[in-house]
Design a binder for this molecule. Structure first.
Ligand code: CO
Length: 174
């Protein structure tokens, strides 16, 4: 399966992802193809919509202290529902669909999430720290929301200007 990362301002990132009904080999193939893309681009999380599949699925792999991402720490989250969120935290976020930009974003500190794994088994996680932040970022993707949407008006304007300049430079390199 050949997948490419969809980048802002591509409108496909604004779709609402559909609930996964079939936990079949198609789903498994998609997830298997997403994982190396996430790891090879140094991503901590990746939603299916970012590779042009608007279904409610994402994966994440929180690096260990050395910065390495261990395969056994891969978490695949399908049809998530956040049931509880609490507290406040700020973290400098980035996104594979908004390359080269990092901004401080305010999120809930802790949350509880119900979801299914790739075999449709029901799971629950209580998350805090980076795990909680990544889950919120990825659940936003499923709703067509990007982290840059959370910037203040002036920071968003500055971002749009810089991003446009970067896209132009990219084009000129080709
Ligand atoms: Co993202």
């Amino acid at each position: 399966m050949k997948l490419n990362i969809v980048e802002y301002p591509d409108k496909r990132l604004r779709q609402k992802s559909k609930v996964v009904q079939k936990f079949d080999s198609m789903l498994h193939e998609l997830l298997d193809a997403m994982y190396p893309i996430m790891i090879n681009t140094n991503g901590i999380g990746l939603a299916a919509i970012q590779v042009a599949h608007p279904i409610q699925a994402f994966m994440l792999n929180i690096p260990v202290e050395s910065g390495e991402q261990l395969d056994e720490n891969l978490l695949e989250i399908i049809n998530p529902i956040i049931t509880n969120q609490d507290g406040e935290t700020i973290y400098q976020e980035g996104c594979l669909s908004v390359p080269s930009f990092y901004e401080d974003i305010k999120r809930y500190e802790k949350l509880t999430i119900n979801y299914q794994d790739r075999d449709a088994r029901a799971k629950t996680i209580e998350a805090d720290g980076l795990l909680s932040i990544v889950i919120q970022h990825e659940v936003d993707h499923l709703n067509g929301i990007l982290f840059i949407d959370k910037l203040s008006y002036s920071r968003r304007k500055k971002f749009e200007k810089e991003y446009k300049r970067m896209l132009k430079e990219k084009k000129n390199l080709k």
